[in-house]
Design a protein around this ligand. Structure first.
Ligand SMILES: Cc1cc2nc3c(=O)[nH]c(=O)nc-3n(C[C@H](O)[C@H](O)[C@H](O)COP(=O)(O)OP(=O)(O)OC[C@H]3O[C@@H](n4cnc5c(N)ncnc54)[C@H](O)[C@@H]3O)c2cc1C
Length: 279
């Protein structure tokens, strides 16, 4: 969204050794460690964030028949397109910005009734509280926009760095997969917002999409400072004229939560100046 300040500490992680060093560094400095993928669903406070922000830059992937080993820093759109060339169908994840690690963390997919990344996952390897661990899908606690990584990191109990995954991807005809990708991209372009946004702000409440509740409450188009609920997509916040601030975005979330009686969870990550998640 082009909102936010600077990080007290920042590192790009390319190797397992970098991960262990970053973990120790954060402990030594006594600051939280916040993991960033591509930042497509995250905004940071204005000012200096008192944390070590690490960005996962480890982004290769290896195909062996239907099994694909992918590093967490790989760009999801690149993975989808490359697998299509290889006759592997991950087209259900077309058009979702960000990294594979970010997608696993939030179990990215096409809405509550759609296909989510977890349906392809066999294992996830992570660095958790100083230890490397490979977990089968059954232990990853996946649900709609949920995973054990997100729950544990969100509770502040554990620091979770997703490092790589193994997916099992069905075969298909490359031409048909590419046509499906094109079709989905066209639909997205028509429905989505071509502006500075961090994607869906709120999670659906049960079967009811958040945008419908926001719309019904008359909040579509609401503007606080330079941040607006998109007139085109009522679950997207946009930074209008590039003048929005973190507190404008927080103000919008607070107004939505106050106005709508149904409890709405915040999907977007709002990282405060103390390096902790705000909602
Ligand atoms: C225009 C637009 C459309 C979108 N459409 C969709 C959609 O259809 N479906 C959907 O699910 N999402 C959608 N999103 C949201 C976003 O693309 C996803 O949430 C995406 O998976 C985030 O990936 P990222 O790498 O950018 O994560 P970031 O924003 O960098 O991080 C998101 C969260 O994941 C954590 N995280 C990231 N990488 C790791 C890691 N390696 N280890 C541990 N934690 C990690 C971060 O700490 C943070 O809490 C959309 C966003 C935009 C801007």
């Amino acid at each position: 969204m082009h909102i936010g300040g600077t990080a007290r500490y920042f590192a790009e992680l390319m190797t397992k050794r970098d991960v262990a060093e970053a973990y120790t560094f954060a402990k030594t400095k006594n600051v939280p460690l916040f993991v960033l993928g591509a930042g497509s669903n995250t905004i940071f406070a204005d000012g200096e964030i008192q944390a070590l922000i690490v960005q996962i830059k480890h982004g290769h992937f290896f195909i062996e028949k239907n099994r694909v080993k992918i590093d967490a820093g790989a760009n999801l759109a690149t993975v989808v397109a490359t697998l299509a060339d290889a006759g592997l169908d991950l087209s259900a994840l077309t058009g979702i910005p960000g990294t594979v690690g970010g997608a696993i963390f939030g179990n990215a997919g096409q809405g509550p009734a759609g296909v989510w990344i977890d349906s392809f996952i066999e294992t996830v390897t992570e660095f958790v509280d100083g230890t490397w661990k490979t977990m089968p899908r059954s232990e990853c606690g996946f649900g709609y926009r949920e995973s054990i990584f997100k729950r544990e990191a969100g509770s502040g109990k554990r620091e979770e760095i997703i490092w790589e995954t193994t997916l099992n991807v069905p075969s298909g005809d490359p031409a048909k997969i590419k046509a499906a990708i094109e079709e989905m991209l066209k639909k997205r372009a028509a429905a989505q917002v071509a502006a500075r946004t961090a994607g869906s702000c709120f999670k659906a409440s049960g079967d009811v999409p958040a945008w419908r509740l926001i719309d019904a409450a008359g909040l579509r188009g609401l503007k606080i400072g330079g941040v607006q609920i998109s007139p085109k997509h009522a679950n997207f916040l946009v930074n209008t004229e590039n003048k929005g601030t973190f507190s404008d975005a927080v103000g919008i979330v607070e107004r939505v939560k106050k106005t709508i009686t149904v409890p709405l969870d915040v999907e977007m990550r709002f990282v405060g100046e103390d390096g902790e998640i705000c909602f």
